[in-house]
Design a protein around this ligand. Structure first.
Ligand code: NBP
Length: 486
């Protein structure tokens, strides 16, 4: 083996790792392949990578590292969690200052912050990158969201941007996201938004199925038509395909799938982070809860025998309702992305990241699950106003929400009357109405907190920061609480 031949080593030859290697090889890079179970290396070289001179196999970490040019770049594509730490430990004796370790798995961002700091202290560089797009994305062009040690970016930029998906204008869906855990944070937010987009589509489907009584074939046509307009996106497109898919007996397969949703945790992480940071990311949280409620299948079936509701059939103007649902979906989607961007902005403030919000929209524009024409509009909004405080305040989104608002309100009202649950559509509207309210009932809430816990309050007729406490009952004291939190 000749030393210094390969551009990068990739460890972890499951579905993502193998496809990323083939993608890198297609773009002219020489890649060393390694896996914990070493026999997988030989299988990969004998089959998927057969005949490719620029894919080299290694039977040990030592051998893999020896094949790399300096500074060495080693990418891990293994199960998130402990396996990443284990491989980092195993790699350290073989690396030297200036070398780069890249983690492309779905790692939780606090782990990436910790690993970046630890490796930088040892003179190495670390990249935690979000990779989205599944198997097909990895093979043909994923969305890549790298963060970590900024000095590592020039070293990996060419490989990353070559293998990444491209926007319709030919721009790579990959750019530097920010320091330490920023890349994995943005990937986590992407996944949360994916939960929200999926839930919104499911609510539209349920309204049209139960409310309008559309057949699966009619629904397929509706979603295919929606995909031609402003809702044009991968998730709407696959929804149309799914609705058109028949089981072996010729019946729509979708009707035979159990209505109990699974989840792997990234939506939950987004919700937890939003609670930690105090950002109202209500739509994603509702989407996570909607999956939890769906998973209580047996309980729901039993409750359906006991608990009653209205007749779910809509008897108004059907075409108008169909268009209302489309517009409600678009408006709520805007709120979901608004909330996701609010979250990233607060996380950046908390962690000292310098995020490029327009570039994030560009990275999501292609290759990933939430790719859509709509993301081009977000990118344009940040081009217009790089320090845009809130997406809803951009003139394009403000116009759309204003236009869609009557439909959105009709749909939520109608859903409530029909007894069809629309947690994401309705929480988005509640957020919109809250966000545009100069005055909310938190004055009363503050009074309640002060009443029972002496938590103090500020006054509208005095400067911010000046705190007051009232002896509401006449029996309490004048002392305010500084430790009891409610
Ligand atoms: P998996 O998540 O199934 O991981 C399989 C790889 O992890 C194999 O190389 C396996 O080695 C290795 N591994 C395991 Br499992 N436990 C290990 C341990 N204790 N120590 C060392 N290695 C261990 O593969 P994947 O679906 O290709 O995903 C890879 C990463 O990319 C994950 O973090 C995943 O969340 C993320 N991701 C996946 C997708 C997707 O669509 N699948 C999309 C985006 C991101 P072995 O062969 O020896 O068991």
């Amino acid at each position: 083996m000749t030393e210094g031949r390969a551009d990068i080593a990739l460890i972890g030859l499951a579905v993502m790792g193998q496809n990323l290697i083939l993608n890198m090889a297609d773009h002219g890079y020489t890649v060393v392949a390694f896996n914990r179970t070493v026999s997988t290396v030989d299988e990969f070289l004998a089959h998927a990578a057969a005949g490719r001179k620029n894919v080299l196999g290694a039977h040990s970490l030592d051998a893999a590292v020896e094949l790399l040019e300096r500074p060495r770049k080693v990418m891990l594509m293994v199960k998130a969690g402990r396996p990443v730490d284990d491989f980092i430990e195993l790699l350290l004796p073989h690396l030297e200052p200036g070398d780069v370790i890249i983690d492309g798995g779905n790692s939780h961002f606090p782990d990436t912050i910790r690993r970046t700091r630890s490796l930088e202290q040892q003179g190495l560089l670390y990249v935690g990158t979000g990779v989205s797009g599944g198997e097909e994305g990895a093979r043909r062009g994923p969305s890549l969201m790298p963060g970590g040690s900024p000095e590592a970016w020039p070293l990996v930029k060419d490989i990353f941007q070559s293998i990444a998906a491209k926007t319709p204008d030919g721009e790579p869906c990959c750019d530097w996201v920010g320091e330490d855990g920023a890349g994995h944070y943005v990937k986590m937010t992407h996944n949360g938004i994916e939960y929200g987009d999926m839930q919104l589509i499911c609510e539209a489907y349920q309204l049209l199925r139960e409310g309008l009584g559309l057949s699966v074939d009619e629904l397929q046509q509706v979603f295919a038509a929606w995909n031609e307009g402003e809702l044009d996106s991968y998730l709407i497109e696959i929804t149309a395909h799914i609705l058109g898919h028949r089981d072996e007996d010729g019946e729509p397969l979708v009707d035979k799938i159990l209505d109990a949703a699974g989840q792997k945790g990234t939506g939950k992480w987004t919700g937890i982070s939003s609670l930690d940071l105090g950002v109202p990311v209500t739509l994603i949280a509702e989407a996570v809860y909607a999956r939890s409620l769906s998973a209580m299948k047996d309980e729901r079936v039993a409750a359906a025998q006991v608990l009653t509701g209205p007749d779910a059939r809509f008897d108004g103007d059907r075409d108008a309702f169909l268009e209302d649902v489309r517009q409600a979906l678009y408006a709520a989607k805007i709120v979901s992305y608004t909330q996701g961007y609010m979250l990233m902005r607060e996380a950046a403030r908390e962690h000292g990241w310098h995020l490029n919000y327009g570039a994030i929209a560009l990275m999501w524009r292609g290759g990933c699950i939430i790719r859509s024409a709509f993301l081009g509009k977000i990118e344009e909004a940040f081009d217009r106003t790089p320090d845009l405080q809130n997406l809803l305040l951009d003139r394009y989104f403000e116009d759309v929400v204003t236009r869609c608002q009557p439909s959105w309100r009709r749909v939520v009202t109608q859903a409530v009357q029909l007894g069809i649950p629309v947690p994401a559509l309705s929480t988005a509207l509640a957020f919109y109405d809250g966000y545009r309210s100069a005055r909310l009932p938190a004055n009363l809430l503050q009074a309640q907190r002060d009443y029972f816990g002496a938590h103090t309050y500020e006054r509208v007729d005095r400067p911010r920061g000046e705190l007051f406490h009232t002896n509401w009952t006449g029996t309490g004291g004048k002392v305010a609480s500084s430790s009891y939190n409610a």
